[in-house]
Design a binder for this molecule. Structure first.
Ligand SMILES: [Zn+2]
Length: 333
C-alpha cells in the first residue's frame, strides 16, 4: 500500500525488449524521462544524469523484486512453531509422565513382542526426523488393548496406540502418518497450549507450585478442571491444531520414507466411515476442512523423495493384532 501511494505508477513498470521504460515520479512531481533512443548523449544535463540514475536504480529494483518474488514463490514446506504457552517445556514433560502413569492404571497395556517390534521399527524412523529431534522431546510408544481406532499423545512425548488403530489401518504408511500426526501435537505443544488458555489467572499459580492440595502437576491442574477424562483439554484439539499436525505430520512421515498422500487417504477413509471408531478419532482430531487437499498441497512443497519404505512386517503385525483380546475400555473418569 505504501509503495502504491508514493509511486502510483509502479505497477506500470515493465520490461520491453529488455529495456525498462518506467514512468517516474519524485514526490508528486512527474519526471518525464528522455526516450531511451534519444539517450542523454546530446546534453549531459543534470536532468539527464538524474534520469539515467533513476532508470538504472529502477532496473535494479525490478530485477531485485523479481528475484525476491521468485524466492517467495519457491516451493518449501510450511514452518510451524509452538504457540502461546504458560507451561515450560519441562512442565510438558512432567505433566505427560504423570498423566501417562494415570492412563496406564486405567487401560490394558499390550506386551506382544511382534506388535512391540513393529511399532518400534516404524516409530524409530519417525522420531529420527528433523522436526522430531529438534523438539528435544523423548517419544515413547505403548500399545493399548482397545478396539477404538485411536492413538493419543500426551505433552512431552508419551503416546498410546490402540490395537483398534493397528487393526484398521490400510497400510504401513497410513499408520506412520497417524503416528506422525500425533507426534506433531507433542512437538507443537498443542496440549499445554490449549490448557494455558483455560484459566490465565490460576494456571500460573498452579505451575508455580502454589496449590498445595495436590503433590502432582496433573493433580494441580485437575483442581482447575483440566483433567484427562473424556473431555480432556490435553487430548482434544482444535481445528488450527489439527491443520498444523496434518502438515507437520506429512513432513515427518515423508522424511521417514512414507508417502504423505497416505495420510490424506487415512483421513478420507475416516470421513467415509460412520462407525464408532471413526467417530472417536475425529472427535479428538476434528476435521479442519479440506484436510486431504491441504495435505496433498503440502506434500507437493516437500523436497522430492523416493517413497515406499516398508518394514516388511505389516502382515505379521496384522496377524498378531488379530490375536489380542480387547477388553471393554475401563471406565473413563
Ligand atoms: Zn490431531
Amino acid at each position: 500500500m505504501i509503495s502504491q501511494l508514493l509511486y502510483p505508477a509502479a505497477r506500470e513498470v515493465g520490461v520491453d525488449g529488455g529495456r525498462l521504460h518506467p514512468p517516474a515520479f519524485i514526490g508528486k512531481v512527474p519526471l518525464t524521462l528522455p526516450s531511451a533512443d534519444v539517450k542523454c548523449a546530446r546534453a549531459r544535463s543534470m536532468h539527464c544524469r538524474l534520469a539515467d540514475r533513476i532508470r538504472r536504480s529502477t532496473k535494479f529494483a525490478v530485477v531485485a523484486t523479481l528475484l525476491l518474488s521468485t524466492a517467495a514463490a519457491a516451493p518449501g514446506p510450511t514452518q510451524f512453531k509452538p504457540g502461546f504457552n504458560l507451561f515450560t517445556r519441562q512442565q510438558d514433560v512432567q505433566l505427560g509422565q504423570e498423566a501417562a502413569a494415570e492412563i496406564r492404571e486405567r487401560v490394558t497395556i499390550v506386551h506382544n513382542p511382534v506388535l512391540t517390534a513393529y511399532v518400534n521399527s516404524v516409530t524409530r524412523r519417525l522420531t529420527a526426523s528433523r522436526e522430531a529431534k529438534a523438539s528435544g522431546f523423548t517419544f515413547t510408544f505403548q500399545i493399548v488393548a482397545d478396539p477404538a481406532m485411536n492413538a493419543y499423545a500426551l505433552p512431552g512425548g508419551p503416546m498410546f496406540i490402540n490395537t483398534g488403530l493397528l487393526r484398521e489401518v490400510a497400510n504401513e504408511a497410513q499408520f506412520a502418518g497417524a503416528i506422525a500426526h500425533e507426534m506433531s501435537h507433542v512437538i507443537l505443544r498443542h496440549g499445554t497450549n490449549q490448557a494455558s488458555k483455560v484459566d490465565l489467572i490460576q494456571i500460573p499459580v498452579a505451575l508455580a507450585g502454589q496449590l498445595t492440595n495436590s503433590d502432582t502437576l496433573v493433580g494441580q491442574l485437575a483442581e482447575l478442571g483440566i483433567g484427562l477424562g473424556a473431555n480432556s483439554v490435553l487430548l482434544k484439539f482444535n481445528r488450527i491444531h489439527e491443520s498444523q499436525a496434518d502438515l507437520m505430520g506429512a513432513h515427518i512421515m515423508a522424511e521417514a520414507g512414507y508417502d504423505p498422500i497416505q495420510l490424506a487417504r487415512f483421513f478420507t477413509n475416516l470421513n467415509n466411515q460412520s462407525g464408532p471408531s471413526a467417530v472417536v478419532f475425529l472427535s479428538d482430531h476434528p476435521n479442519p476442512g479440506d484436510r486431504s487437499k491441504a495435505i496433498k498441497e503440502e506434500a507437493a512443497r516437500l523436497p522430492h523423495r523416493a517413497y515406499g519404505y516398508q518394514t516388511g512386517q505389516f502382515q505379521a503385525m496384522k496377524l498378531a493384532v488379530a490375536t489380542v483380546h480387547e477388553p471393554s475400555p475401563k471406565t473413563q473418569e
